[in-house]
Design a protein around this ligand. Structure first.
Ligand code: GRF
Length: 214
């Protein structure tokens, strides 16, 4: 499955995908599109010899679709992409566009909920659990059908930064699992957490347990 990644930042989730989507796996990152010149995501793509595209006008759906089609992208992953995807692209990739969010949706999502604000809001709420959500992208921010979530404990004494790091570690495991499962199935499939692992993902250890035990 040919994967296109849209990013705006450091691209650590992109890196997790670049590391995981290699032969003989049935997924390959074929394009990294970024709206921020010099972002870490661009450097990571270049280091991996993956084509990059600088998004000059994030609202230009025609340009985005043309580029995605040129690279024959079959699945889009928004990995820290901070702009709204144009409606034409969302419609054209309905059911084939994933976003990763660093909290357990439907809580702590929506417009303006990104980056450290998410973790600050989780801590302020007193929640004892957080963790990444991967969902299908629809026209509403953070509201598309949920594909996978990974519960991560909020620990006493957590700062937004320590919580972010713990959630990010889970993101780096969950996102490749979801993309590889999608590639195997030919479309995104829901992964469910069991006591030990994610159903269709196979060999994933229980990250929650690993993290709580230090
Ligand atoms: C991640 O926390 C992701 O959940 C959110 O943006 C952040 C991107 O981080 N959407 P990175 O650029 O992948 O390091």
């Amino acid at each position: 499955m040919r994967v296109g990644v849209l990013a705006s930042g450091s691209g650590s989730n992109l890196q997790a995908l670049l590391d995981a989507c290699r032969p003989p796996e049935p997924a390959e990152v074929v394009l990294v599109a970024c709206n921020v010149p010099g972002a870490g995501a661009v450097e990571r793509a270049q280091r991996a010899a993956v084509s990059t595209w600088h998004i000059t006008d994030p609202a230009d759906g025609g340009a985005m679709l043309a580029t995605l089609r040129h690279h024959r992208v079959e699945l889009i992953v928004l990995a820290g992409y901070l702009k709204l995807v144009p409606p034409a692209a969302v419609a054209a990739f309905e059911g084939r566009m994933l976003n990763i969010h660093p909290a357990l949706l439907p809580s702590f999502g929506g417009k303006g909920m990104y980056g450290m604000r998410v973790h600050e809001a989780v801590l302020a709420s007193g929640a004892t659990v957080s963790g990444p959500t991967i969902h299908l992208v629809t026209s509403e921010y953070d509201r598309g059908p949920i594909v996978a979530q990974w519960p991560v404990p909020v620990l006493p004494g957590d700062s937004p930064a320590t919580l972010r790091d713990r959630v990010l570690a889970a993101e780096h495991r969950l996102l490749p699992a979801v993309v590889l499962a999608a590639a195997r199935a030919g479309r995104p499939v829901r992964l469910t957490a069991s006591a030990q692992a994610f159903g269709t993902a196979g060999e994933l250890p229980d990250l929650t347990r690993q993290l709580t035990s230090g």
